[in-house]
Structure formats: C-alpha cells, structure tokens
Design a protein around this ligand. Structure first.
Ligand code: SIN
Length: 311
C-alpha cells in the first residue's frame, strides 16, 4: 500500500507526524519521534530565547481530549535549528518541520533571517495561532496583521514555509483568510491549532483545572475534530493548488486520519492522543489507516485524498 505524501518538493513515507508542542520540546522526545514510524516531525514552536512558559498546572487530560495553557515553554530557537540541521545531515534525503512563534513580528523576522542564512533544508512553520500567551492575541484572527507578517516575511525569505492557523468558524472568515494566503508563495497551511480559550472545570472541587489565565486554555482531542475537518476542507477548496493543507485536530484512530485525508490534507498531525499514548500511537494509526483503505479498496492515498463527496 502506498502512503506516500508530499509537501512542496518533499516526499514523506506516510502522512503522519506530531502536532507542534507535543513530543517535541527536548532532544529525548524529538529522538523518539525520529525513531517512530511517523512520516515526519515538527519541533516545538520556538522563541528566540529559552522560555519557561506559564505556571503549572498548565496541561490537563480529560475524557474527550486535553486542555492546555503551556505558554510556549521551549529551549530557545538555536536548539531546534541545530537539532533540525543535525537531523538532516544524519539522515540524507530527510527533512523535518521547524516551528517558530515569536512574541512580536520582529522576533519572527529575526528567527526567519537565521533560518534563511542557515544550512536548514527543511520546512519552516510560522505559528500564527498560539492562544496561550497572556496579553498576546492570536495573529491569525487579525487579517490585516497576518497580511503584514506574510508581506514582511516574503520580502526576504526564500525557503519553504507554511503557517499554523487558528480554527475559523465563519464562512466569511474562511473566504477572507484564504484570499490573503493565496497572495503568498506558501507551501502549506496547517489547520488547526487548539480551539482557544475553552474552560474545563472540576465539578467536585468547583474550580478550574489550569492555573494560567484563570483556567482558560486551548482545547484539543475529540472535541475539536469536526472543527478541524471543516477548516481543512474549507482551505483545501479555497487555496491555490500550490498550497497544501496539513490537518491537525481530533485524531485518535485510523478512521480519523482517513477523514482528514478525504477532506484534502497532505499530512495529518496528532496532538492530544500522542500526548496520552506516546509515540507507539504511530504504528497503530498506520495499521488502522491501512485497514480502512483495504476495506475500501484503495491502494494509495491519492486514490481518495480530497475527494469528499457532496450530497
Ligand atoms: C503553547 O505552548 O501554549 C501551545 C502552543 C500553541 O498552541 O501554539
């Protein structure tokens, strides 16, 4: 069975990868991602320098998913850039995704300049959608700002790059954001980041489960799958064909992976369920995806990718 997937000129053995933030913040976890059968991996969204992130508890597992308010804890940009360059040098022909999330436009441009001037041959992911930094609204919800960030980026940036978007909930917003994204030579958009600022409460204690932001945090897992699929589909049908879509949200089994691919995703990321289950999940998802494809008589992802039917 052929599970080959592509983003830009890069080919991956299968479409699975982690969602940025999950199993990718230090060398030990990144090494586990490299050892796993996932098709690729993305590093934790980096800021120029080490960041402690929000106070704990800042992550909580619930029956239908997770809620987090991590606040971008990370080892600093240089660590993830060095790791990615070492990975590509030790694994000729393979590349990973390098995620960045500056606190300001200037921080993003500073990191993008460093990537542009480095030996990094992989794909950069510009995270425009972290909902968890107090006082910093999600850039992806500000259309003018998004256009400004992309304009400034493409004034000099010459390497493959995609953006991680927040979920949108209105057809007018899908239309408006797609028309902005279509003006730039992006390789992909990643839909979706967590559904921002949800609230999960402990009914026995009658209190919130997270310390930062009075308990408000990004929701992932089964709760968000319909929103994730809608965003994948909405952007797949609106973007220039040169811009791929990466699907992220609510993947717990092979059928969920199949659904993201059917909506048009090229790669499919796993967040909450990877955090719960560890990298062993990739072997299970690949087996389950192959079972679904087998049941339906498909031999390659291209047989059904994007071919969701209307009624
Ligand atoms: C976080 O570190 O708060 C999560 C990252 C993200 O949602 O982009």
């Amino acid at each position: 069975m052929n599970l080959t997937s592509r983003i830009a000129t890069y080919e991956f053995e299968n479409p699975l990868m982690n969602a940025s933030g999950v199993w990718c913040d230090d060398a030990e976890k990144l090494n586990e991602m490299v050892q796993s059968p996932s098709g690729s991996f993305v590093t934790k969204s980096a800021t120029p320098n080490f960041r402690e992130g929000n106070p704990s508890p800042r992550y909580f597992e619930v029956p239908l998913g997770t809620i987090n308010s991590m606040g971008l804890p990370n080892l600093g940009f240089d660590f993830y850039l060095d790791y990615s360059i070492r990975f590509q040098n030790e694994n000729p022909g393979q590349v990973n995704f390098l995620s960045i999330a500056g606190m300001t436009l200037e921080e993003n441009l500073e990191m993008l300049h460093k990537i542009n001037d480095s030996e990094f041959k992989g794909i950069t992911e510009l995270n425009l959608s972290c909902p968890n930094v107090p006082g910093k609204p999600q850039v992806g919800y500000d259309f003018e700002r998004t256009k400004e960030v992309l304009t400034k980026t493409f004034e000099f940036f010459k390497k493959p790059i995609g953006v991680k978007l927040p979920p949108y909930f209105d057809i007018a917003h899908f239309d408006e954001m797609a028309s902005i994204l279509n003006q730039f030579p992006l390789q992909y958009v990643n839909c979706i980041n967590s559904v921002g600022n949800g609230l999960y409460i402990d009914i026995d204690k009658e209190e919130v489960v997270l310390k930062p932001k009075d308990g408000f945090g990004g929701i992932g897992g089964a709760y968000v799958k319909p929103t994730a699929l809608a965003n994948v589909r909405a952007f797949y049908t609106r973007l220039n064909k040169s811009i791929s879509v990466i699907g992220c949200g609510g993947v717990e089994n092979g059928r969920d992976v199949f659904e993201h691919l059917l909506c048009g995703a090229q790669m499919v990321q796993v967040g909450s369920q990877l955090a719960k289950e560890g990298t062993g999940i990739f072997e299970r998802l690949l087996k389950e995806l192959k079972e679904v494809m087998n049941e339906k008589g498909y031999e390659s992802i291209e047989d059904f990718r994007g071919k969701l039917k209307s009624i």
